[in-house]
Ligand binder design. Structure first.
Ligand code: FAD
Ligand code: A2P
Length: 409
């Protein structure tokens, strides 16, 4: 290698085609290496130090993209802001760094980012290997709606639906805890095709109906924005209004870390509100179908809703065998009853919760309202204190062992 050979480096980039602009990466980045405009999220080449804090939490994996470039010619922010898709990897000619080795630390971090290294952002060690990104927005799969049922009572304020998609002969393998992308038809106010929206898979890996190439979603019709103002959510209303036989464009699958453990004697603590129940239903149903195998471990669920009528899957969950799952509902708006949130129920069950927090075979999943996250963490902190433990010490251990998984939206 001559001294004139430009140094070859890996540049961390975000795939604008599958990025859902949820801001998670920017929130997670501890050093301000990620920013955005109204079009794209971008990574500052000079600032990114490959800490990888952004990789695991990204729901689509859009953040987990790289190109080899020469150090003196990385893609600029201006270029990244203008992209509709990632550029192809350019073949670097001799003299442009093609023969150069990646600096050892960068190569290591890159392989970590793409292959997973254990620790934060990793799945449980016994998770099955997920397929991701089989279908991009530019070449989506087509699924057929084979079911669309209202889960909440007819007079409930929320219209939450169980929607079944059939993939026919198309290969679309999913695991419990993964999400899929739905492309609503039509264009936004700028005349651009509507952006993809993510929905968690609510059925187990072997199909909503065992052995069928189908999956289920739990979709809430968005009729109010976060400030309570009336709004017609583009994709949720599109999905909730679909009739049987309708075709829908699907991307993904997405998600490499919010996956269930598969080893015997592994336990799962699930904490959710509203449609955050979708992955919990998938994991529970997976375990229910395997009950006869007596693989051990336990399931504990904390599920928050306004009233029983507003709680998706209330009836079926209540009918599950006690030997399979320990169900704890928290209702916040039942007339004449004390308002309860999931964190209140968690506190009530402190002894069992502390035992499971300490159990190296128990994996914890939190999904649903963003606001719930802090409340649940506070409850864990209090319970640890109550039992002579230390949450500040335990939390990094849970993350390092891939035992704590949070997906809020
Ligand atoms: P938009 O047209 O995008 O939004 C309309 C307005 O409503 C905007 O002002 C927006 O800020 C506001 N808004 C958006 N979402 C909500 C909301 N939930 N509550 C109140 N106001 C809102 N949704 C499900 O129903 N089921 C799921 O299983 C599910 N899984 C998800 C998994 C992941 C990883 C993520 C990131 C999101 C998930 N979502 C799920 C949310 C989903 O992707 C959409 O954001 C949601 O359906 C709203 O999309 P929309 O097109 O209807 O609304
Ligand atoms: P609330 O009655 O205060 O809205 P939603 O129906 O809006 O999807 O919410 C599901 C459940 O989550 C409701 O019972 C709601 O109670 C509750 N909830 C709202 N905020 C929080 C929070 N910060 N922590 C835990 N649960 C919450």
């Amino acid at each position: 290698m001559t001294t004139e050979t430009a140094e070859l480096v890996r540049q961390h980039l975000i795939d604008p085609e599958i990025c859902i602009r949820c801001n998670t990466c920017q929130e997670m980045c501890p050093i301000g290496a990620i920013e955005h405009d109204s079009n794209n999220y971008v990574v500052k080449f000079e600032v990114c130090n490959w800490c990888n804090d952004c990789i695991g939490p990204c729901p689509t994996g859009a953040i987990d993209n790289y190109r080899n470039v020469t150090r003196d010619r990385p893609y600029s922010l201006e270029e990244q802001y203008g992209w509709g898709a990632l550029p192809a990897q350019v073949d670097l000619a001799p003299g442009e760094g093609a023969e150069a080795d990646l600096p050892a630390d960068v190569a290591r971090m890159t392989s970590i980012a793409t292959a997973g290294q254990g620790g934060p952002g990793s799945p449980p060690w016994s998770a099955a290997h997920p397929y991701v990104n089989l279908f991009a927005p530019s070449r989506p799969a087509t699924a057929t709606i084979t079911g669309n049922y209202r889960l909440t009572a007819a007079d409930a304020s929320a219209d939450i639906r169980h929607i079944v998609l059939d993939f026919g002969q198309t290969t679309f393998p999913v695991l419990e805890g993964q999400s899929i992308g739905i492309l609503p038809p039509g264009t936004d106010e700028h005349g651009k095709p509507h952006a993809m929206r993510l929905y968690s898979v609510a059925s187990p890996r072997n199909g909503e109906r065992p052995g069928y190439n189908n999956l289920a979603l739990t979709v809430k019709r968005v009729t109010e924005d976060y400030d309570g103002q009336p709004v017609v959510g583009v994709c949720s209303n599109y999905l909730c209004d679909l009739d049987k036989g309708a075709k829908v464009q699907v991307c993904g699958p997405y998600g490499t870390s919010f996956l269930m453990p598969n080893h015997p004697n592994s336990s799962i603590m699930m904490i959710c509100t509203g449609t955050g129940s979708a992955p919990m239903r998938a994991m529970t149903e997976r375990r229910r179908r395997r009950m006869a195998l007596n693989e051990g471990g336990q399931l504990m669920l904390f599920f928050g809703a306004r009233t029983p009528d507003e709680l998706p899957y209330c009836g079926p969950l209540g009918r599950l065998p006690k030997a399979l799952i320990d169900v704890n509902f928290a209702f916040s708006r039942v007339p004449g009853s004390v308002k309860q949130y999931v964190q209140d129920k968690i506190r009530e069950r402190h002894e069992e919760v502390f035992r499971l927090l300490q159990d190296g075979n128990c994996y914890i999943y939190i999904c649903g309202l963003k606001g719930m996250e802090n409340g649940v963490v506070e409850a864990f902190r209090d319970i640890c204190r109550q039992h002579g433990g230390d949450w500040e010490k335990l939390k990094p251990e849970l993350l390092a062992q891939a035992r704590l998984h949070i997906e809020t939206y």
